[in-house]
Design a protein around this ligand. Structure first.
Ligand code: HEM
Length: 233
């Protein structure tokens, strides 16, 4: 697939997240406000339902925050590396499935041991939720966990494929730069992206994942050029 089509495909997948995440977040905020209204005595919610809503709210907020971050990082990294589009799309589909499962387990099955599912609480329902709700909730969490793990593994695979294993890890900066700097006989030590490279004559372009991450943050690029220092380009 050429770069343009790949870019379009990854943008389309990201679009789904861009629309889904705020909607999920809003719904979860509404659940939070419902709980607060109940605590304030404005409404009167059955305790079983309260704890089911609380569980869904907690799991949902933590999960939405995580997956929004993962989708954002995937999108940004896809500018530099080739993530697997099937896995990226599957991550979205499996997330939707997992969320639907959790909603059914919590709102219909009244599964409510709290978002951390502290053992043995999920098994001590005392009639508050049926076994199928527990099974569905656990299955949904497994689906979500597997989907997100696959997404992260693929991201790592893409980084390694593009930059190599050592460059794809946190030791990459100084190793990459040290080698280049050594070759110019201009400096040794362990230069890192930001300060260790400063003042060292270096004829390399220091592009590594971590410098790319700082690129996103600073909206500029770092290059270690022949005239010595890191400079913005
Ligand atoms: C308008 C926004 C929010 C409201 C009104 C709200 C309200 C609530 C309420 C009433 C509870 C019940 C427990 C308690 O009273 O201490 C709760 C629990 C919780 N909230 Fe929120 N919340 C909001 C946003 C968030 C966000 C942004 C996150 C995470 C990023 C979050 C994560 C959690 C977690 C993890 C729990 C514990 C759930 C559990 O124990 O099972 N909430 N929230």
């Amino acid at each position: 697939m050429d770069d343009q089509r790949y870019g379009q495909a990854i943008r389309s997948v990201t679009q789904f997240w861009v629309w889904t995440v705020p909607v999920l977040f809003l719904v979860l905020v509404l659940l939070g406000l419902t709980m607060r209204a109940n605590q304030a005595g404005i409404i009167n919610v059955d305790p079983d339902l309260f704890y089911a809503v609380m569980t869904l709210h907690g799991l949902g907020m933590a999960g939405t925050g995580f997956v929004a971050g993962l989708a954002g990082v995937t999108y940004l990294l896809a500018r530099y590396v080739r993530v697997n589009l099937v896995i990226a799309s599957m991550m979205y589909v499996l997330t939707v499935l997992g969320v639907v499962g959790l909603v059914i387990a919590c709102l219909i099955g009244r599964f409510g041991p709290g978002w951390y599912l502290l053992y043995p609480l999920p098994f001590l329902a005392n009639g508050a939720w049926p076994d199928w709700a527990l099974g569905l909730a656990v299955l949904s969490l497994i689906v979500l966990g597997v989907a997100w793990l696959l997404g992260q593994i693929d991201l790592f695979r893409a980084l390694v494929a593009r930059y190599g294993l050592t460059n794809a890890t946190c030791i990459s900066d100084w190793r990459w730069c040290t080698r280049s700097c050594r070759s110019t006989r201009a400096g040794l030590g362990r230069p890192t992206r930001s300060w260790r490279c400063r003042g060292i004559r270096c004829s390399c372009s220091c592009y590594s994942p971590s410098s790319i991450i700082s690129t996103w943050i600073s909206h500029s690029r770092f290059r270690c050029n022949t005239s010595a220092n890191w400079r913005h380009i």
